[in-house]
Write a protein that binds this ligand. Sequence first.
Ligand code: SF4
Length: 375
Amino acid sequence: MKYVDEFRDGALAKTIAARIAAAVDPARTYHFMEFCGGHTHAISRYGVTDLLPGNVVMVHGPGCPVCVLPIGRIDMAIALAISRKAILCTYADTMRVPASGGLSLMKAKAKGADIRMVYSAADALRIAQDEPAREVVFLAIGFETTTPPTALVIRQAATLGLANFSVFCNHVLTPAAIAHILESPEVRELGTVVIDGFIGPAHVSTIIGSQPYDYFAEEYAKPVVIAGFEPLDVMQAVEMLVRQVNEGRAEVENEFTRAVTPEGNAKAKALVAEVFELRRAFEWRGLGKVPYSALRLKEEWAAFDAERRFAMTEKSVADNKACECGAILRGVKKPTDCKVFGTVCTPETPIGSCMVSSEGACAAHYTYGRYRTAA
Ligand code: SF4
């Protein structure tokens, strides 16, 4: 297949669905976690679960970059714009993530803070060039996919000698989060979250390759199938996972061969390694402090590190009590388990981060109406 509509072909989807139905063992249930928010979105948008047998259960994972950003980090960013009068630049979805005191970056902007939505890290660099008298901070979020562009602008800022540009780094790492989920009490001790295999991320894997997942397959005996973001990619990945489980295999397989190699993108990885280093621990919404799960700027790039430049101190802030985002991001609950889902909390009035981005589980369920079945 070559063109995107071929990966959305209904007749082919039915053929794969029939193969999955024939392959599953009716005496057991299969639980597969799609780590990535892009897959959560595709599954909801194209109604993939409706095509799967009842004993194949998809569990949403924490791979939505906006959803996992804790309130404390948003508060820190807002403080930069309000108290330090910096121009704060970030991606669109981040603007609406609820922060403390009923604020969000969007609401802080409405109150007068200079917070600007950008399409890329390069846009933030351009603003710093245009506003030499102002401090410009790029609020960088995301998994391994968005990290190389951030590294690139830091290097460019150094080359240009831009003294007014810095990055508030919140880049997080996929493998550490998967390991954390597999080590969690819900999975290991309580058994409340059963995971028989993972659908591995698409875009992230184009950067890191398929090799980093070998560890989970071997150490935890869990199959991983890396898949693209189209509905037939997901269907095919489910079929591959079902076959692995049936055959007692726990291997890393790659459905997304058109973009992912075992080694990943060597240039991008080298760039990231040049600029960033591992943090000892980082707080994720829903997962708490996860060891070695995020990046920070290396000492030699400290001049461009907003946390050092503004002596920012980290604080931990509890989520809204009504919000179940934490449990949803760990796979313990579904969006429809939340009492305020679709009533008080909607994409227009998000209470928690999972309702903000289209990759968030709550927003995906709400937007594509799958929740009505459960309701
Ligand atoms: S519906 Fe809203 S409040 Fe409930 S878990 Fe989702 S984001 Fe949080």
